[in-house]
Ligand binder design. Structure first.
Ligand code: URA
Length: 462
């Protein structure tokens, strides 16, 4: 992303290590500083050097300070697609790799770089599974301000996301989809490296992000990978240029690793859908899977927020079905998904997945009865009359965090019940005092505490 030369050799000229065939080998010795110098000076690391590096970092014989130096060199110098593929593969092989060759169906998964209100995995996995493609999904907890997919699922009473691999495999085989948490044995090199990048200013590097995401996704073993790269104020990638670069890198490395892959770059300036918060997002996911989804413009979807969320589910789902060979083209894929929704098959698959994970399957029939609810539910009134231009995703996310829906530190517990729903979207005509969102909080005072953030979040057309 950034470029620069912080000293040593001439710009673009390989350093001392690059003068040998492979900087990692010197009479059979591995010389870490030569590899650091080579990358620092703009050289290209070879496959052996990268594999040696990750092997030694994983077994603890390479110290954090040298890994941090190399990560910083990569941050400034970047990596070629071949280097990124070698790094990804080496990190993937640092732990267990699953294979689904014994399944009678193709497998596909989706990875989103995450954003506010992004609950898409919940309806997408059962919908695609109901169309004949198995979805083995290994997901994360909240990385940013709101809960992650696992936090959302765990708001369903009884849902166990920490199943052993054997049970995960059984559920994928019997139900067609399963969403579980990452085990310590999946790409452990990434776990160690990510923690180091987090404290050394080396997270925002396209090759390092690519290797981090893909080492985990490739180890999970799905034959097709579809990426939803979010772009905007509530996303990891703030600019279209960075989002495009990440999408391109993810797809080219996934294809290089022998998987079918594609990516969509989708906006994250406003929250996705009308609900943000763990249980509230599960309830919205059930509505997305319901055969009688509310029509756009109706009382239940006044601004078309659900309709646009459903469109994203369909866009990602058709890529998964098409690339895995279950549909010849987008039209066939969409028709299959329409049938799976209208017949109730997709919702039933969701209920079966929840039940297989020990969760309360009635959530699919009556989410409000099953899911935890917050003691205080208060409308946030519009400060003015006008047309909503949008709700800033980042600020809505911060409000959800303040209410307790997300984590400040990885050890924090999330509150399943709190958050926001009925969030009005771009184009909504409101009168002063009419609700712009509904706040679910532990107390009326806690709800009102986020009002200043919400006032800032909602923009109006002038
Ligand atoms: N998500 C990941 O898994 N890794 C990164 O490096 C960034 C986001």
């Amino acid at each position: 992303m950034t470029n620069g030369n912080m000293g040593g050799g001439k710009t673009g000229e390989p350093g001392r290590g690059a003068t040998s065939e492979s900087a990692s080998e010197c009479g059979g010795d591995f010389v870490p500083q030569w590899i650091i110098e080579k990358k620092r000076d703009g050289g290209v690391l070879d496959d052996t050097e990268i594999r040696q590096w990750i092997k030694r970092y994983s077994d603890g014989s390479l110290p954090d300070y040298q890994m941090a130096a190399l990560a910083m060199a990569v941050f400034f110098r970047g990596m070629t697609p071949e280097e990124t593929l070698s790094l990804t593969d080496a990190m993937m092989r640092s732990g267990d790799c699953l294979s689904w060759d014994d399944l009678d169906r193709p497998t596909a998964d989706k990875h989103s770089t995450g954003g506010i209100g992004d609950k898409i995995s919940l309806p997408l996995a059962p919908l695609v599974a109901a169309c004949g493609v198995a979805v083995p999904m290994i997901s994360g907890r909240g990385l940013g301000v709101t809960g992650g997919t696992l936090d959302k699922l765990e708001s369903i009473p009884g849902y166990d996301a920490t199943l052993p691999v054997g049970r995960f495999r059984e559920i994928v085989r019997d139900v067609g989809c399963s969403i579980v948490g990452q085990t310590a044995r999946l790409a452990p090199a990434d776990r160690k490296l990510y923690a180091l990048r987090d404290v050394t200013g080396t997270v925002p590097s396209i090759p390092l992000i690519t290797a981090s995401i893909l080492s985990k996704k490739l180890a999970e073993g799905a034959g097709t990978l579809v990426f939803d790269v979010k772009c905007g104020s509530g996303a990891f990638m703030k600019t279209r240029k960075d989002a495009d670069a990440l999408a391109h890198s993810l797809v080219s490395v996934a294809r290089g690793a022998g998987r079918a892959a594609s990516a969509l770059v989708t906006p994250m300036d406003s929250p996705l859908g009308a609900a943000v918060g763990n249980a509230l997002e599960v309830a919205e996911s059930v509505r997305l899977l319901s055969a009688d989804a509310p029509p756009e413009g109706s009382e239940d979807d006044p601004d078309g927020a659900l309709a646009s969320e459903r469109e994203l589910v369909f866009s990602l789902g058709s890529e998964m079905l098409r690339l895995s060979g279950a549909a010849d083209d987008e039209a066939t894929a969409r028709a299959a998904m329409e049938t799976a929704l209208s017949s109730g098959a997709a919702l039933e698959t969701f209920a079966r997945m929840v039940a297989a994970h020990g969760g309360e399957a009635r959530v699919a029939e009556d989410p409000l009865r099953v899911l935890p609810s917050a003691p205080a539910v208060i409308d946030f009134p519009s400060p003015q009359t006008g047309t909503v231009a949008g709700a800033d995703a980042d600020l809505i996310g911060r409000a959800a965090l303040l209410l307790g829906a997300g984590r400040r530190a990885t050890s924090d517990a999330v509150d399943a019940a709190v958050g926001l729903d009925r969030i009005r979207a771009k184009g909504a005509r409101v009168a002063a005092g009419e609700p712009l969102a509904r706040v679910h909080a532990r107390s009326p005072e806690a709800a009102r505490e986020v009002f200043p953030l919400l006032r800032e979040a909602f923009r109006f057309e002038s």
